[in-house]
Design a protein around this ligand. Structure first.
Ligand SMILES: [Zn+2]
Length: 272
């Protein structure tokens, strides 16, 4: 499933071709949305943003198109008239004079008025967005110490969108490794220096994943591996997907476990 950084990059790509542009054609496959199609023609796109893993496209008329990719959904941006060769089902097409933004396969799609964003069943439960420019590591540290969260396992918190929106499975493994935190630990068991380290790494790795297109490994390690000719699949992550390989930091074998129903990778020596 794409995580916050991937969805934000999708939103950026859509925003580059749609923002401030008028729609000339629209298409909606879901029956409950078809009657919105003609109302959007001639409407200008105001902005394309994200809230966690949800993508929001706002229009001049005060309406917002909400979509959540879940497992299979995917937005694609193409020059007008150049639909990709795919077997996926087209759900939404938003077209300007020059480009189209096409949403494939997603089923969680809705139209709402701007004022209804606050009460939307998914959006209203979201915690602060890890990619919000106003979020500081101190706020994350405060949240870790909040009694709503401090008694829960960190591996569970880091998948819970009401704790922080936008985190997901690869970010969970990568952040906990970077902070040297055991996934079984609870925030209330950690010293404040460790809480602060975890909070800083949470922010740093989320932003790094956004800027780099999903690369969360330490930049020095990435540089060394790239120089040695390794492909992206080898240098992208510090631990995620690297079970039985050597930890880049200490040489111990990376281990795969299941935590909260999802796979999690850790270095048993670096994360005590
Ligand atoms: Zn290690």
């Amino acid at each position: 499933m794409p995580e916050g950084p991937e969805v934000r990059r999708e939103a950026d790509a859509i925003g580059r071709v749609l923002t401030d542009k008028k729609l000339t054609e629209t298409f909606f496959e879901p029956v409950h949305l078809k009657h919105f199609a003609h109302r959007l023609v001639g409407q200008q796109v105001v902005e394309v943003t994200t809230r966690g893993k949800a993508l929001l496209i706002s229009f001049q008329n005060g309406r917002v198109l909400y979509s959540h990719n879940q497992l299979y959904g995917r937005w694609v941006v193409v020059p007008k008239g150049k639909a990709p060769d795919t077997n996926r089902i087209l759900r939404v097409a938003l077209t300007t004079d020059t480009h189209s933004a096409l949403l494939y396969s997603a089923t969680d799609i809705a139209f709402m008025a701007e004022k209804d964003i606050k009460t939307h069943p998914y959006l209203r439960k979201l915690g602060p967005d890890v990619l919000s420019q106003t979020l500081s590591w101190r706020q994350i540290a405060e949240r870790l110490c909040d009694k709503r969260f401090s008694g829960r396992s960190i591996s569970g918190l880091y998948l819970d969108q009401s704790f922080l929106a936008g985190l997901g499975n690869y970010l969970r493994s990568e952040i906990l490794f970077a902070a040297g935190v055991s996934p079984a630990a609870k925030p209330q068991e950690l010293e404040s220096a460790k809480i602060n380290e975890l909070a800083r790494r949470t922010l740093m790795l989320s932003v790094r994943a956004y800027k780099s297109g999903g690369v969360t490994n330490h930049p020095d390690t990435v540089r060394a591996l790239r120089k040695a000719g390794y492909p992206r699949s080898k240098y992208r992550f510090a631990v995620f997907g690297r079970d039985k390989s050597d930890c880049y930091r200490c040489g111990e074998k990376v281990r795969r476990v299941t935590a909260n129903g999802r796979r999690l990778y850790l270095c048993p020596s670096c994360q005590r």
